[in-house]
Ligand binder design. Structure first.
Ligand SMILES: [Zn+2]
Length: 171
């Protein structure tokens, strides 16, 4: 993938489950739903230097607040990082999150994301591995790895639907 493949439509097409949206439409929707303004506010609070990124995104570097703990995060059309810049992989991962904000009604995505992260943690011990937002943004691009379910998960699932005698009883 060269630099010319960094437009969101192409980058997002490369990720199964990612929603495709035109960069201009995404920018207008996230401006209207207030999430981009919230992102610019958080970037300012964290002391980030905000500049224009590709595809009508903003990139804020040098963020200094302790939360969230991730090296980079997205709020509306604003990608914020503690680093001095973003790799192409991290940029396209966060750009997919920007699209998710446009599809989830803006900052409403924050509680939805936190619930998905909690569910993922319960299932795997990792907030990203089974988090639908991270999976659709691309686990590898975001620096996540897929994780197996915790050992209790299959046992709980198997215990539920068997009040009677099991057909597969074996000794
Ligand atoms: Zn992510």
């Amino acid at each position: 993938m060269g630099d010319r493949d960094r437009r969101p439509a192409r980058a997002e097409r490369a990720q199964p489950g990612a929603v495709l949206i035109h960069a201009g439409l995404r920018a207008r929707v996230n401006l209207a739903n207030g999430s981009t303004l919230a992102g610019l506010g958080v970037a300012a609070l964290g002391g980030a230097r905000v500049g224009r990124g590709p595809d009508r995104l903003f990139v804020g570097t040098g963020y200094r607040l302790p939360v969230p703990p991730a090296p980079a995060f997205c709020l509306g059309n604003v990608i914020i990082t503690r680093l001095d810049g973003l790799t192409p992989e991290l940029l396209r991962h966060e750009a997919r999150h920007a699209t998710q904000y446009a599809c989830c009604g803006g900052v409403l995505m924050v509680p939805l994301y936190l619930m998905a992260a909690a569910a993922s943690w319960l299932l795997t011990g990792d907030t990203g591995a089974k988090n639908v937002f991270e999976r659709r943004a691309g686990l590898a691009d975001g620096g996540y790895t897929d994780k197996p379910l915790r050992p209790f998960v299959p046992r709980v699932a198997l215990r539920k639907p068997a009040p009677g005698r099991s057909v597969t009883e074996s000794r």
